[in-house]
Design a binder for this molecule. Structure first.
Ligand SMILES: Nc1ncnc2c1ncn2[C@@H]1O[C@H](COP(=O)(O)OP(=O)(O)O)[C@@H](O)[C@H]1O
Ligand code: SF4
Ligand SMILES: [Mg+2]
Length: 407
């Protein structure tokens, strides 16, 4: 008996705290393209028994937290609250940028999504089903979800040629392929990431490649598995500035051609602005704002997002200058200690808009329409307009002056 086709039925009622935008975004349109039966790739990939309707989200982290217990020099244990109640949801074909300073919990969240860390609480949900903790289930999971690390050198086996590195992934995840078929796939994969002539690159050792070429091999290896989701943990940050745009364009192409969902993790808002559909902002282990890229960038509704955006170079001032395009990403300093995070809103010690309640109580989430939300007391207190009327620097200077006047 055939089941009714439901194209975008929502499966999520477990959480109201979503980091992903729910608007009919580019991602949704692309997802439809990827599922289009006229799209040969999509039709080819669908299992004959796979129901016509699929969950709206391919991968979710629902209210996940990760606490690390660390033993100090004197044997005292402390707990690092690396991620706290974070929710991220990815649709097929969506590129969601996860932005935030170094130390804000982005890698920890990605590692939970990749199942390299088990969450302390909350759950990881793949195509509508909570994932099992067994090792056996893990291999199946990794055939759908692949993590690309920051350091391409560290993630390839330096003792083996590119051919071996790719062949190993093919052997592990596509056991039915013959050696000749794997060789053919290796060639196709290298061509896919523009490493041509493929035979030449297949014969090289990782140390014989440039950083950009190595990261292309890492991406090719991830694609060998034919995943549905790529988690890119700062995949371009260790690459030469001159090739970063090429890598972003490659990622963009993969989602367009394959309908891959991509979580693009970065501390650099300029590259997020270039690549993504939606942005989620993390501060000190928590999600503070999320929504469609245009809305978040043009009108940030959390003071921390505003600070990130104003510290980042504006591509309108010269996308041609690649140095400038990626400059400024490291200028924000360190977020607070996650061993003893600030009470209330974790941003309050640095926030020029902070009020009494900010240090006492976590701010409620304000829904701003079209999937855009922010967690900041300014919204509950009717003061959100102040964000648009000033810059972070001007607000900080005014706050400093007011404090000096009061003392
Ligand atoms: N394995 C670990 N053990 C203890 N603390 C960790 C571990 N991994 C990450 N952390 C801590 O968790 C916090 C978040 O780190 P991370 O997720 O790497 O942030 P980001 O990727 O945003 O830079 C940091 O304070 C970091 O020191
Ligand atoms: S809740 Fe308060 S401290 Fe936090 S960002 Fe908003 S105004 Fe600033
Ligand atoms: Mg990181």
């Amino acid at each position: 008996m055939s089941k009714p086709a439901i194209e975008t039925g929502s499966t999520d009622n477990a959480s109201t705290d979503t980091a992903s935008a729910d608007s009919t975004s580019t991602a949704t349109r692309r997802a439809r393209t990827a599922k289009d039966p006229k799209n040969p790739k999509a039709a080819k990939d669908r299992h004959p028994e796979e129901p016509a309707h699929t969950p709206e989200y391919v991968l979710e982290a629902r209210d996940v937290s990760k606490h690390f217990t660390v033993r100090g020099a004197l044997g005292r244990t402390t707990v690092v609250h690396a991620v706290e109640d974070a929710t991220v949801r990815l649709k097929p074909g969506q590129i969601l940028a996860l932005v935030g300073e170094s130390g804000s919990g982005k890698t920890t969240l990605a590692r939970m999504l990749a199942r390299f860390h088990e969450p302390t609480s909350g759950e990881i949900v793949l195509r509508g089903e909570a994932v099992s903790r067994s090792g056996r289930a893990r291999r199946g999971y990794h055939s759908e979800v692949q993590l690309i690390f920051q350091d391409p050198f560290g993630s390839l086996n330096p003792m083996h040629r590119v051919r071996y590195n790719l062949d190993r992934a093919l052997r592990l995840h596509h056991r039915h392929l013959t050696a000749a078929e794997r060789e053919e796939r290796t060639t196709q994969l290298l061509e896919r990431v523009s490493l041509t002539p493929a035979a030449e690159f297949a014969a090289k050792f990782p140390h014989e490649l440039s950083g950009g070429q190595r990261q292309r091999v890492v991406i090719a290896r991830a694609l060998a598995v034919e995943p549905k989701v790529l988690l890119g943990d700062e995949p371009i940050s260790m690459l030469d500035v001159s090739i970063r745009l090429e890598m972003l364009n490659l990622l963009q192409r993969l989602r367009t051609e394959d309908g891959l969902a991509l979580l693009y993790i970065t501390h650099d808002i300029a590259s997020a602005r270039y690549l993504c559909d939606d942005i989620a902002v993390m501060y000190a282990g928590q999600m503070v704002e999320s929504g469609p890229k245009e809305a978040v960038i043009a009108s940030p509704q959390h003071p921390y997002t505003k600070l990130l955006i104003e510290s980042s170079p504006d591509p309108e001032r010269g996308v041609g200058d690649r140095e400038a395009f990626f400059a400024g990403a490291d200028e924000l300093g360190e977020p607070p200690s996650l061993i003893d995070p600030p009470t209330g809103c974790r941003f309050h010690p640095r926030c020029p808009f902070a009020m009494k309640e900010c240090g006492e109580q976590a701010p409620p989430r304000a829904e701003l329409g079209d999937g855009h939300w922010a967690k900041c007391w300014l919204h509950a207190r009717g003061r959100a307009g102040e964000l648009a009327d000033t810059t972070h620097a001007a607000a900080t200077a005014a706050r400093r002056e007011a404090l000096q006047g009061a003392s």
